[in-house]
Write a protein that binds this ligand. Structure first.
Ligand SMILES: CC(=O)SCCNC(=O)CCNC(=O)[C@H](O)C(C)(C)COP(=O)(O)OP(=O)(O)OC[C@H]1O[C@@H](n2cnc3c(N)ncnc32)[C@H](O)[C@@H]1OP(=O)(O)O
Length: 157
């Protein structure tokens, strides 16, 4: 497998939406994360960081979504298979954590099947009961609702 060169992390642009959508759809078909509609991606595009290549390809993404005055969520994390295992997933999450600090938010949670990956970044498993009700607003649209089997994790910075 050829490892792409000239890749870096930047904020998402409007031209990236279709590629972000395709990346997330690929992972969601494998049951790894929840799909996001074009409507959601356009309206939340400012939340996203992408792993971009000089030639224009988008090889990864991650979003920081503000939940409430002291809480934000890391979501929609995906790295293209050819770029995995090189620290890009970690850097994408760190970009979101850094953004949270800039915004003055120091408690971040995530809902994930990749508990070990997030543990490596300092997240800890928490009870879903410890997350505020507001967190579950999007879940009403989830095909798995109300039987969520994702693991809740959080980090305090
Ligand atoms: C909130 C959410 O969106 S959850 C959905 C997460 N996304 C997916 O599952 C989609 C498919 N998977 C992927 O896109 C990728 O495998 C990711 C995003 C999970 C990981 O991205 P990568 O770029 O491969 O991870 P990266 O190389 O940065 O690894 C960081 C650390 O986590 C570890 N790690 C990476 N993936 C995993 C894993 N699946 N299980 C356990 N540890 C892992 C690495 O060994 C590394 O450890 P280190 O700090 O000791 O070196």
């Amino acid at each position: 497998m050829t490892v792409p060169s000239g890749i870096y992390i930047r904020k998402a642009r409007i031209q990236d939406v279709r590629t972000i959508h395709a990346l997330l759809m690929d992972c969601s078909k494998q049951g790894l994360l929840l799909p996001r509609s074009y409507n959601q991606l356009y309206s939340h595009l400012r939340d996203f960081f992408v792993l971009a290549q000089d030639q224009g390809a988008i090889l990864g993404c991650c979003a920081l979504s503000i939940t409430w005055d002291d809480l934000a969520e890391v979501r929609s994390l995906a790295v293209a298979p050819e770029c995995r295992g090189q620290g890009w997933g970690r850097r994408l999450v760190e970009a979101c954590l850094s953004d949270a600090i800039t915004l003055g938010i120091f408690r971040i949670f995530t809902l994930t099947y990749q508990a070990h990956f997030f543990e490596r970044l300092g997240f800890q498993v928490v009870s879903k009961d410890n997350l505020p009700q507001k967190v579950w607003a999007d879940c009403l649209h989830c095909p798995k609702f109300p039987d969520c089997d994702e693991i809740a994790m959080s980090i305090e910075m």
